[in-house]
Design a protein around this ligand. Structure first.
Ligand code: SAH
Length: 214
């Protein structure tokens, strides 16, 4: 089983390369992090396919290509502090922890946060800080963040996240209506805000004060 899963993981990374993901650090992190451990064992044989998969609390782990695209767009450097909204399974959190100095992750569902914290601890990550709460309002105590990434959608870029973004800084967030969004890259540079739409996408909603109503 282990060998098969490793082969699947290498195949996933080759596929990401073929589809245009170029950042070697991102590809190396995706080759390293065992995605199957973040989903239920009966689904392990599907772990490295390019699709979202169910996790607890009616949520999903995002598909690898979109995760790669988002993380690549962030252009994370080794000394960065990164804020993640929507910990979910913790898979993307692990990738961020491979790439950045410190990761601050916020999740609204206790069951998911606890599961992710346990697994990421077992995997040996010591640079991740966990918080239960409404991530659409960020995590003001540790702001500013060099990079911010949201793995759920919002109607518009939350003012709190913009305020907590460092200058220079990059923020990636799916923005649009409840079912279909654009992946938006926001860059803060010398006091100015630049906004770019990357690709259409479909994420589950972020439920919160600066997100969607339940
Ligand atoms: N990156 C995750 C994707 C999880 S899906 C993974 O790879 O598994 C989106 C997550 O956002 C869900 O876990 C959901 O519970 C969480 N979420 C929804 N609203 C939120 C909010 N306001 N603050 C923080 N997390 C939220």
């Amino acid at each position: 089983m282990d060998e098969e899963l490793e082969r699947d993981r290498r195949e996933m990374v080759l596929d990401l390369r073929r589809r245009g993901i170029k950042d070697e650090r991102v590809l190396a992190a995706m080759l390293k992090v065992p995605r199957h451990l973040f989903i239920a064992r009966p689904l392990w044989h599907l772990a490295y396919g390019d699709h979202p998969l169910p996790i607890a609390a009616g949520q999903t782990i995002s598909q690898p290509y979109i995760v790669a695209l988002m993380v690549e767009a962030l252009a994370i450097q080794q000394d960065h502090r990164v804020l993640e909204i929507g910990t979910g399974s913790g898979y993307q959190t692990a990738l961020l922890a491979e790439l950045a100095a410190e990761v601050y992750t916020v999740e609204r569902v206790a069951e998911l946060l606890e599961g992710a914290e346990r697994l990421l601890g077992e995997l040996g990550y010591r640079n991740i800080h966990f918080r239960l709460g409404d991530g659409t309002q960020g995590w003001p105590e540790y702001a500013p963040y060099d990079r911010i990434i949201a793995s759920g959608s919002v109607p518009q870029v939350p003012a709190s996240l913009l305020a907590q973004l460092a200058d220079p800084g990059r923020l990636v967030i799916p923005t649009g209506d409840r079912h279909l969004q654009e992946l938006v890259l926001v860059q803060k540079l010398e006091g100015l805000i630049f906004r770019e739409e990357l690709v259409p996408c479909s994420f589950l909603p972020l439920i919160g004060k600066e997100g969607w109503e339940e």
